[in-house]
Design a protein around this ligand. Structure first.
Ligand code: TXA
Ligand code: MG
Length: 344
């Protein structure tokens, strides 16, 4: 574990950043912090490094990776063209939690794109990630640094839990800020399609692209369409115990919990700080404040992981309004519950 304090400057010559970059140069893979979640990073131009990423995570090989850059000049060779709308999005949201799918250039490993003709690129808003890309001298392909199917890691401890014997090192930059992954978009002419909701909201994208020029991939909500982003078809973020979302009042949720507990089962509730005192259960874990959805995004994966230590038989979870970052929160919760929702 290589600890790096973001306040120590300059980071590009920090001994732990240099050490981590030496592994990247050997085409090994290491975990790095970003502003969203921790990533499992390797040289995007090396087939060997990319194979190691898929192997360490146990990731299906048909699910492509995001390439991380520290400056726009690195797009050369990585992508073959950049539409005007994509340039506007880069100007506004980079560095930041927005991934843009673009036509693939010839320098990127085929394994990164899982054979697709497009490549997903983003510039993370994190000093350590940016310094490491610079010190490595290559763009870094990085999926979230969890075992495939588990909640994404927002601390170095989470990465250690999942990957300790599988990778040579973790760059520890403390807790990540946003807590959910980047928003993935595709641009065609002036239309922006959200393939995965994330840290940048639809409302924020509309301010740049124009109202009506941002749509959500129908494959995300409607089972009749295949999602355009291959990763969205997999189950994900699942805690060990069965997890059910409850769309109703706290009283209704408590009623469901009481029935289960009377039958002798240990029950957990994924709640919010506002409702901690209301419920009675075997394990109550708050994911931030309902009145501040950004804090829910920040603590969501940590909360889901915490239930695994609590050894409950069943988890019930609150739902959130699908607006702003709430769209990303609900997308992850629905996946985590395998689509299981009880309505009052
Ligand atoms: O915030 C993030 O994006 C984090 C940090 C580490 O940067 N990374 C991340 O990577 O979430 P990963 O691999 O867990 O998710 C990448 C998503 C998947 O859903 C994948 O299918 C999609 O991006 N994706 C990658 N390349 C694509 C492409 N060419 N077309 C469509 N979707 C693509
Ligand atoms: Mg992931």
């Amino acid at each position: 574990r290589w600890t790096v304090d973001k306040t120590e400057q300059p980071l590009t010559t920090h001994p732990h950043v240099i050490q981590a970059s030496l592994w990247i140069k050997k085409n090994e893979v290491i975990a790095i912090p970003t502003e969203t979640v921790y990533g499992l990073a390797g040289n995007a131009k090396s087939d060997e490094a990319i194979s190691r990423i898929f192997e360490a995570k146990g990731r299906p090989s048909d699910n492509p990776l995001i390439v991380h850059i520290s400056e726009r000049s690195q797009l050369e060779g990585l992508v073959s063209s950049i539409p005007e709308t994509a340039k506007k999005l880069m100007n506004t949201f980079w560095p930041g939690p927005l991934t843009i799918v673009l036509p693939k250039g010839d320098e990127v490993s085929e394994k990164v794109t899982a054979g697709l003709s497009t490549v997903a690129v983003r510039m993370p808003d994190h000093d350590i990630a940016l310094a490491l890309i610079e010190a490595s001298g290559v763009p870094l392909a990085a999926p979230s640094a969890n075992l495939s199917g588990k909640p994404s890691p927002t601390t170095a401890d989470h990465v250690y839990e999942d990957l300790k014997s599988r990778i040579p090192g973790i760059v520890d930059g403390g807790s990540t800020g946003v807590g959910v992954e980047s928003t993935v978009v595709e641009c065609a002419n002036d239309l922006v399609t959200i393939l995965r909701p994330g840290g940048v909201t639809l409302e924020e994208l509309e301010k740049v692209a124009g109202f009506g020029h941002v749509v959500v991939d129908p494959g995300l909500e409607n089972e009749k369409h295949a999602p355009k982003s291959p990763g969205m078809k997999y189950t994900h973020y699942a805690p060990d115990a069965p997890f059910v979302l409850v769309d109703g009042s706290p009283e209704f949720l408590q009623g469901l919990v009481d029935k289960e507990r009377e039958a002798g089962r240990k029950i957990g509730i994924l709640t919010t700080e506002e409702r901690m005192d209301f419920y009675k259960a075997d394990c109550l874990i708050p994911a931030g404040k309902r009145s501040n959805p950004e804090t829910v995004a920040q603590h969501l994966y940590e909360a889901l992981r915490a239930f695994n230590e609590a050894n409950v038989d069943q988890i019930f979870g609150e739902v959130f309004p699908k607006e702003g970052v709430g769209v990303a929160i609900m997308n992850r919760l629905e996946k985590s519950a395998g689509g299981h929702i009880v309505k009052e």
